[in-house]
Design a protein around this ligand. Structure first.
Ligand SMILES: C[S@@+](CC[C@H](N)C(=O)[O-])C[C@H]1O[C@@H](n2cnc3c(N)ncnc32)[C@H](O)[C@@H]1O
Length: 203
């Protein structure tokens, strides 16, 4: 694959450059990160409230919002540019369903125990403190809720961030386990991404 959609300002930050946000909307991304496949494999039980951490342009919040017609998707991001892009560009059908929400690093301005599903896609390698982000997901989830983490495999891929900042699937799994997630499933269905799903059990 020759196409490119990912650019980083590596000298200063591991964060995605918001100036390149149009790259996130490249439909070719659907070939390697198919939302329908992700939804099916995650084996969700009719979730109502979703929290997308690192939502970007809502590339996944939009298709997932069609699964929760009576619910909501909180599309959270630390970047003001991403939040205003979503507010100005997401289609009418998603109004009142996809809620763009500015968050701080590892801190989502939502109450405890509200979410059926929290997901983070192409975010993990950008996080300053991945364990703190996973703990924040745990705080947001209802008992029985699920966390999906999808991020670039730590191996050569035609696209993606530098290998040095990627995490192995095993590292992500151990972070999830350390935070208390259980029944962690690793789905080997995406060509360039690790795909983990963990559950929150009641105490
Ligand atoms: C590579 S983009 C992926 C966007 C989207 N998940 C997708 O795959 O289309 C990563 C996004 O995460 C955001 N981000 C980076 N660190 C974050 C953090 N700690 N909490 C929330 N969002 C963050 C960036 O602003 C950017 O919009």
């Amino acid at each position: 694959m020759e196409w490119r959609y990912y650019y980083y300002i590596m000298s200063e930050s591991r964060k995605f450059d918001p100036a390149k946000l149009a790259k996130l909307n490249d439909p070719k991304r659907l070939e390697i990160l198919n939302p329908e496949l992700i939804w099916t494999k995650a084996d969700l039980k009719d979730p109502d409230i979703l929290v997308d951490i690192g939502a970007g342009t809502g590339f996944f919040a939009l298709p997932f919002s069609r699964k929760v017609r009576k619910g909501k998707v909180y599309a959270c991001d630390i970047s003001e540019e991403m939040i205003s892009w979503m507010k100005n560009n997401l289609p009418l059908e998603s109004q009142g369903v996809v809620i763009p929400l500015k968050m701080e690093e590892s801190s989502v301005p939502l109450p405890d125990v509200i979410a059926d599903l929290v997901y983070m896609i192409n975010l993990h390698h950008e996080l300053e403190d991945p364990v703190a982000a996973i703990k924040e997901a745990l705080r947001l989830l209802k008992s029985g809720g699920k966390l999906i983490i999808i991020d670039w495999k730590k191996e050569e891929t035609p696209e993606g961030p530098p290998l040095t900042i990627r995490l192995t699937e095993e590292t992500i799994e151990s972070q999830m386990l350390a935070c208390g997630f259980t029944n962690i499933r690793k789905h080997a269905v995406l060509p360039y991404h690790s795909f983990l799903v963990g559950g929150k059990i009641s105490k």
